[in-house]
Write a protein that binds this ligand. Structure first.
Ligand code: NDP
Length: 347
């Protein structure tokens, strides 16, 4: 049995989903109520691989909302993640993905020091961040998206916003080893970490975000922003491929300019319909098949009987592990989403 720990993108989204799921007592409540709400197991999932193998899983809503971080409610955010992890462990789930901000909170607030949750001691081997598969899918979106949207990758400048993050650094390693863009632009706020990454890669130019955006043919967005950044499309090159892997999205609003293509970053499409409800609450064109690559990682580990934390800690994603999870991804019938995003996987 696999598990998915997820959260919604903001309070109004959470209220709408609660109403749709029949949790009327949650639907009209404010942020304070969501701060108090316990995690809920809200969906049972069945997925069939193209190999014919069938597995089952559960989705647990942690009731964390990004506004909690924006308002400095850090202890609440920590409690949300730990309680959701305790719930999946209590339910005997073998391997669970920590979606979106769950793994960022785990890491940033050193939750490995707080593994005793009431009567349960969390066994972190049962959890995976899903970030290796996400980094692999984003790298595929760069390579295959460039070909589809008329960009010659070997002559292209690629910017990674959030380059020093867990997913961003994995993407940078892949691009440097496999894709060979003309130039790689590294964007984040902490300059020392950027320099360390540049040294490790042996290439890459460190730039502030505004400058990188005006120079890039392709932008991979993987910054941990709790709300989207406003982008002026007039400052972008054309053609320009923007791959937004943030959850919530890194870019605020829909960008409309001829020659600017936006993809839902870090999203996969499965070859067969999945029996579940949760993805219909996000704005994806085909909720029976399209979803987050991090969630898919726990399914891949379950298909293969690999019940351990395949992706864990920060900045340990190697190209070899991306190749390994990538080959399992193809084997079981997943592909990167390459169609232009309508409004993105957000409400
Ligand atoms: P990390 O916390 O490991 O890394 C975040 C990165 O963003 C760091 O490089 C950080 O560097 C940078 N960053 C943060 N704020 C800013 C800013 N204002 N401007 C520029 N850079 C910034 O996060 P992850 O790699 O785990 O996750 C990244 C994103 O991917 C998140 O939005 C997450 O929700 C999403 N995600 C998507 C998944 C999917 O399946 N599609 C799966 C998992 C995560 P610095 O602090 O120095 O600026």
């Amino acid at each position: 049995m696999f598990g998915l720990i997820g959260h919604l993108t903001n309070l109004s989204h959470a209220q709408r989903v609660a109403r749709d799921l029949g949790y009327d007592e949650y639907a009209c409540q404010d942020l304070e109520f969501w701060c108090m709400a316990p995690p809920q197991a809200v969906d049972e999932i069945t997925i069939t691989s193209v190999t014919g193998q069938v597995i089952h899983g559960q989705y647990v809503e942690s009731c964390f909302l990004p506004e909690m971080l924006a308002q400095g409610k850090f202890k609440t955010a920590m409690r949300k993640v730990l309680n959701a992890m305790a719930l999946v462990q209590k339910r005997g789930i073998d391997i669970t993905a920590l979606g979106g901000f769950s793994s960022i909170i785990f890491e940033n607030f050193s939750l490995e020091k707080l593994l005793n949750v009431r009567d349960i001691t969390l066994d972190i081997r049962r959890f995976t961040t899903g970030n290796t598969h996400t980094a692999y899918i984003l790298s595929q979106q760069v390579e295959q998206g460039a070909a589809r949207y008329g960009i010659d990758l070997h002559r292209a400048t690629v910017a990674v916003v959030g380059a020093t993050g867990d997913i961003g650094s994995g993407v940078c390693r892949w691009l440097t080893r496999h894709s060979g863009p003309k130039e790689l632009l590294l964007v984040a706020r902490d300059y020392e970490r950027l320099e360390r990454l540049q040294q490790e890669l042996g290439s890459g130019t460190i730039l502030p975000v505004e400058e990188a955006l005006s120079r890039a043919d392709i932008v991979v967005w993987v910054a941990s922003l709790n709300q989207g950044m406003a982008i002026d499309p007039a400052t972008l090159r054309t053609p320009c491929l923007l791959i937004d892997g943030g959850y919530p999205k890194n870019m605020a609003g829909a960008l409309q300019r001829p020659g600017v293509y936006v993809l839902d970053g870090g999203m996969v499409e499965h070859s067969l319909d999945i029996d579940w409800k949760i993805m219909s609450f996000l704005n994806v064109p085909n909720p029976a098949r399209q979803f987050f690559a991090c969630f898919a990682e726990s399914m891949l580990l379950e298909f293969e009987g690999l019940h351990f934390n395949f992706s864990w800690g920060r900045n340990y994603i190697t190209v070899e592990k991306m190749e390994q999870i990538g080959s399992l991804s193809r084997k079981h019938g997943f592909r990167p989403l390459l169609e232009i995003s309508g409004a993105g996987s957000e409400p």
